[in-house]
Design a protein around this ligand. Sequence first.
Ligand code: HEC
Ligand code: HEC
Length: 229
Amino acid sequence: MSVIIASVVGSLAVGVAGASPLTVDEKVRNALQLDQNVKQGKKLYEKHCVQCHGPQALGSAEKVIPSLAGQRRAYLVKQLADFSEQERASRDMHGVVSRRELSNEQAWADLSGYLNSLPRTSFPQTGDGRGLELGEAIFQDQCASCHEEDGRGDDDGFIPSVRDQHYSYLVRQMRSIASWHRLNVDADFVRYLDSLDTEEATAVADYLSRMRGPVKDRDRMNSDGTVNN
Ligand code: HEC
Ligand code: HEC
């Protein structure tokens, strides 16, 4: 027994003192400090991503592939890191980010810079429109404190934009986050989503999928708060 304890303590000490691998959050922070080469990001995108996310990075409602155009940079970097480190489930994305050219911080910075620079687009797919008041009430009450009242998200806190996204994808994510398909997330957030029943979740997604017009304080959501025209 004492031998086992000694060896466990010993290996912990080595882990702390030795060159332990960077945590996923450290990698994200490193990637956000790097210069973004948007041209290189476009090249990588066209080689590795276009067949699923589409030429303008608008994804597909039918295939439940998210739109990435104009999504927040900090959030995109974090998702690429999370897929890469198996902190977020997706067989499709794991196959992609494990390619050597893509499993590094510079690639995440370049791809995210490129995707953030693309114009946001809203999509025709919505829910059945019967729960819009309920969806608005839940969103403004329980979600807007983080995602902002017009759904634009926030780079501080790695909060995604949840507008200009496919209805089908929003519904699916709300369900799958609630069942822990993302591990590198705040437990309270998972509980928020888990507390919604199906009617409430689809009502919020329906409300979000109908948001139109410019976002309140930023038109195209750069991480530094500047607006592209
Ligand atoms: C084989 C198809 C496929 C390819 C190729 C692919 N993706 Fe994806 N991607 C998906 C699917 C499906 C999802 C949704 C995963 C889920 O349901 O959680 C996704 C999700 C994402 C997300 C999360 C978006 C969000 O709103 O959370 C990001 C970021 C992303 N992909 C970036 C990329 C980039 C960058 C590339 C190229 C380097 C790429 N993807 C290539 C299928 C693909
Ligand atoms: C405490 C802050 C917080 C609150 C409150 C919150 N969220 Fe989130 N939400 C986040 C963060 C952070 C993420 C990104 C998680 C990650 O990094 O994987 C996220 C991700 C999401 C996503 C996935 C987006 C994508 O592109 O994949 C959806 C959908 C979502 N939230 C909806 C909601 C809804 C609906 C509510 C209210 C019921 C809500 N959120 C409340 C912080 C919050």
